[in-house]
Design a protein around this ligand. Sequence first.
Ligand SMILES: [Zn+2]
Length: 1017
Amino acid sequence: MRNFAGFACPPRQYPFKRVQYGTRHASTVTRANDNKAFSKTLLLPKTKFPMRNDPSKDPAIVQRTTEGLYRWQAGNAKGPLFVFHDGPPYANGDLHIGHAMNKILKDVTNRYHVLNGKRVHYHPGWDCHGLPIENKVLKELGKDMHEVSPSEIRRAAEIYAKDQVMSQINQFRQLGIMADWNSESTYRTLDHDYEIRQLRVFQKMVDRGLIYRHYRPVHYSPSSRSALAEAELEYADNHVSHSVYVTFDLDLDQNISPSLSDLIKSESRVQLLVWTTTPWTLSANMGIAVNAEMAYTVLKSSANPNSAAVIVATERMAALDEILESLELDLKLGELFGSELAGASYKPLFSSKLPHDTPSLPVLPSGHVTSTSGTGLVHCAPAHGQEDYHLFHSLGLVPATSSDSLICHVDGYGCFTSDVVEALGEEAGKALVGKEVLDEGGKAMVGLLKELGVLKKIQRIKHRYPYDWKTAKPIIVTATSQWFANLDAIKDDAITFLEKVKFVPEESRRRLESFIRQRSEWCISRQRVWGVPIPALYHLPTNRAVLDSESLNHILAILEQKGVRYWWDGPVEEFIPPHLKVDGENAAEAWQKGTDTMDVWFDSGSSWSMLQDLRGETQGNVAHLADVCMEGSDQHRGWFQSQLLTLVGATPEERKGKIGPYGTLITHGMVLDEQGKKMSKSDGNIINPLTIINGGKDKKKQPAYGAEILRLWSASGTYWHDTSIGPKSLAQVEEMYRKLRNSLRFILGNLKDQRLSPEDRIPGESMSLTGRYVMHELYKLEAHVRKSYENYVFSEVALPLSRFVNTTLSSLYFDITKDVLYADPETSLRRREVLTVLEHILDTMTSMFAPILPHLAEEVYQTLPQGNQETSSFFSRPWVPLDHSWYSVGVEEHMAAWLILRREVLSLLEMARSDKYIGSALEADVELITEGAGLQEIPQHDPELTQLFNVSNVWRTGSFAHKDGWEYTKLVTLPRLGEYQVRVGPASKHKCPRCWTYSRAEEDELCSRCDAVIRAQ
Ligand SMILES: [Zn+2]
């Protein structure tokens, strides 16, 4: 068939309309009518499957492949349970492309398992509490936090969060996710059942003694007005601070060691030079630390004998050269060890403004002092530094449970409190009260230091500094009373459990492990209103916090009945358990309810508790509740971790190590724009997934690609790295989809949208080499694809499938079988063979892409059903892989040789074409000469190779017969088959007006094949 020759026209297109015969190559004009008559006898493809269509817009298809399918499989699947536990996105705002990729990748996994007969449990969830929603509703109410009652905020936040969930459901639906979006099959962290379960998890951790309250420094975000966990910090490398060098006066009347005394005996004033990057913490100074093993030098000005002597670490002197010079400290009085300095005292920085009896402060030895920065003398403010706090705590100077012993002048807004006058005196202190320590307050402090004459130098430095990851504003370290979970007690068990978890990719294991290893406690309390309460009771007369198993039993029983919000609304006396009630004490006056809420990571982290009853009796044998969790890489410090820690923490000792939250943990990267840049509102490069599906306002710039293209894009990338999306990558994916669709249409067209009857199918052993080769390739591809699904490497589904479509189907099999399909007798053996192969390809290929392109699979299935179409979806029939008998190394090797030969023949034909001897390959014959191969001198016709080369005839012979006319020859050596002399020359026979091959004897009207077809009609 002229139009279908492999090299002469684009192989991917084929005519569905009647071929226009006889315009260019028709032998005589008078045959035109006959030609038309013959063309009607060809078996051209015919299907109702259109070239272009978006099946994700067909409501019937959508229903059968998404919600309807989820419900069907949940009730009917007979195979084992597969639990995919959904990490809840935050119920705030529209979906971004990362959400879309996340849900699609999960859906691909779930659908693969449904196709394999498993019963999939997948309940999408939402994270509904927390600061961003609280801020959003305050903004919508147009009010500040203090103008609205907490219960009003909570009411508004609940309505807002539920609205957002509905809006996100509508968006998720458009992605073609197989899920039941009803409230029973989804979860929200604000659901009553959810909150109660979370509080029960918390209670179990209390039972194990893992929850405690401390007054101590924590990461605190003034912008969020709440304590933050380490997991909520983001570090900026270029944060600018104003660091200062200040001097403290040594108290010469107290505890001076003999060696120090020796060095400074003639001095009236000795100072300690200290460096700090947080001058605002100086009001909370409680000590100066030195390293006992480091050497310190006492310096003096030779020009100015009345000035003070200054002590710095010897090793730091070179680095401090500039400042020492400006102070004219050129004379060394001598050296001593830090151990000889420790134990001395110094006067508080603002002592000149304070009463005379204000006590001096200690110089303390500490290992955390090094010679790598500063002056070797470290200002300690235990309220504002973890290391300082640990030093003071270890020396018994600040008990953890009391708030009296730590000096702290910072309030919940990050501003100086009025207490600061205690450290600075009335006048100086007032200059700071109410000012933000990170802004005006810090500047005012520097001004005061200058005034006081203790500021020796101010220096602008860029350094790494923690920021609040939600507000992107710098945080401070400051002392507050918070509830903590002890992670030191459980992290070894958590890390041991991770050994049983499969990580995809494997490298991500170390990330989660190291995040857990680094933490020793988890600050779980937040000073916000929109969240699950920490139901602690405070006894005012004794200043005691009560949070134990008994009080929780009492409180949770009430909340279970009346709703968790009742904690805020109910009277305190109702929550006091009987054993805490004292005769004669008015409980309503003596007790207060805690107002802290739980860290939202505790909310989502306890979601594993929903899965506990799923496996029923078999649970004892399953080491994990969810088979798979899959989230973005940021969840290593979020949900992946908080699930594991809450589960391990809530598991009683005797069940330790028996159960964990997940069996496989999959991490995906972020989605970037095509320039590899992070998407952000400010850069204006955000790509909305719904715009990809439905198109933008200007369809030329933003075409409507449909859900299938977005799904194919998601699955064909290497999601475990950061991936990028944009017009270029979408166009590539669309092209991939178009070729796939055309291949399906070719098959459906030739099958005429009907299944072959069993007796029409040809068994493998009766097939030609080409047929068996294509089946062998299909078998190999299917095995590879199934393995790739099992390993969650979806790009190894999409890309090899696309290669198969392009290389094996479009450029080879479809191309060489068109003549047989269109012109052979309808029931010829070789035509039935091709249809058998095509039917196999259609079924196997549809199974392979169905998890990624469910709507397309369903559309194919509706066009060509298998079994009972009325009640079922494509996904309701199992994926039965091809039989192993299709695999044949012999066939592959033999075909490999034929394909080399084909390539050589095509290149010779191409030469003949460019030299204008032929227009179409059908105008040529090919001769293959294998001398001494035992072949007869009479040329043998080879129909299989004729088909493979797409020429009119292939003759095999023992030697060349001399022929007239043009010819191209080449010697080709084939592996295992030996040498072939290939000759391409003019067709020896005449053109058949029906099939256009040059295979007609001159005296006949048609070629013998076509003649038989016509006669039979
Ligand atoms: Zn013919």
